[in-house]
Design a binder for this molecule. Structure first.
Ligand code: CU
Length: 273
């Protein structure tokens, strides 16, 4: 019964999707938390996006996102989480480019943000929001820029260390090797490049020690390819730890963001699960 319900819901989303914008479509929207007992109480939501025609690389443009319920009504109110009403992760489809935006709610389910994209190609947006009193929702949106594309980002899964500013960022996983459907601790260890001493000056970012986004490399992205994790509290000041899991084997990219002396740092790595 529950399965049938889900299939009907998926069909509805697909049919709806086909009839929406031509420039940018809402591909799927569902709750991040699949396990629930009260199916009847859960509402579904969708995001519609509008961007100007003929976006050019390195030229700013506006992204408009409209959140609607399953009856097509605008959603008026949202709950804040991690200090914002919407978190929008924008990546190039080769996962080389990453941007974490916070569109402002203009009222009546309409969100607005400005952005600039570095090169031609296809991009995917993961829009994360919480309609008031509801669970966290994730909608996947797409947009493309015509023109000469950059070569794809290299996918070096051996690299576990990076120099960023005056820091050496080292990545470790536990347990190793990382396997699908196993609880995994991901640690970012931050040392001063000059003398290998633990860094000082880490400040909370969006209310936490760090923010982690994980996306599975795919030819077409869905909400199932997206994971975000919250930093664990406590521990050493110069280490940012996350506890998460990977739903299936494959190639993933991870981006850890944190505030170092007032600057938002992004440390990105590839990982093979
Ligand atoms: Cu955010």
């Amino acid at each position: 019964m529950q399965k049938k319900h889900l299939i009907i819901r998926i069909c509805f989303v697909l049919v709806w999707t086909a009839s929406t914008f031509s420039i940018a479509i809402a591909q799927d929207a569902h709750s991040q938390h699949e396990a629930h007992s009260d199916e009847a109480a859960e509402k579904s939501f969708k995001a519609e996006m509008s961007v100007p025609d003929g976006i050019r690389q390195e030229e700013p443009f506006k992204i408009k996102i409209f959140i609607k319920d399953d009856k097509g009504q605008n959603v008026p109110d949202f709950d804040m989480f991690q200090e914002k009403l919407m978190h929008l992760i924008l990546v190039s489809n080769d996962l080389g480019f990453f941007s974490h935006l916070h569109p402002e709610h203009q009222g009546d389910g309409y969100f607005l943000t400005d952005t600039t994209l570095p090169s031609a190609g296809d991009y995917t947006l993961f829009s994360d929001y919480r309609p008031a009193g509801q669970k966290e929702q994730l909608s996947v949106l797409k947009l493309g820029i015509k023109g000469k594309e950059k070569p794809s980002d290299t996918t070096d899964t051996q690299k576990t260390e990076k120099i960023i500013d005056d820091m050496k960022v080292s990545l470790t996983f536990s347990p190793t090797p990382v396997k699908a459907n196993e609880e995994t601790t991901i640690t970012f260890d931050l040392k001063q490049f000059v003398d290998n001493s633990p860094v000082k000056g880490l400040q909370p970012y969006l209310g936490e020690k760090g923010h982690l986004v994980i996306i599975k490399k795919s030819s077409v992205f869905t909400s199932k390819n997206y994971i975000h994790a919250h930093a664990m509290k406590g521990g050493e000041d110069s280490k940012i730890e996350f506890m998460t899991g990977f739903p299936e084997a494959g190639l993933y990219k991870i981006w850890c963001q944190f505030d170092y002396k007032g600057k938002i740092i992004v440390a990105d790595f590839w990982i093979n699960v």
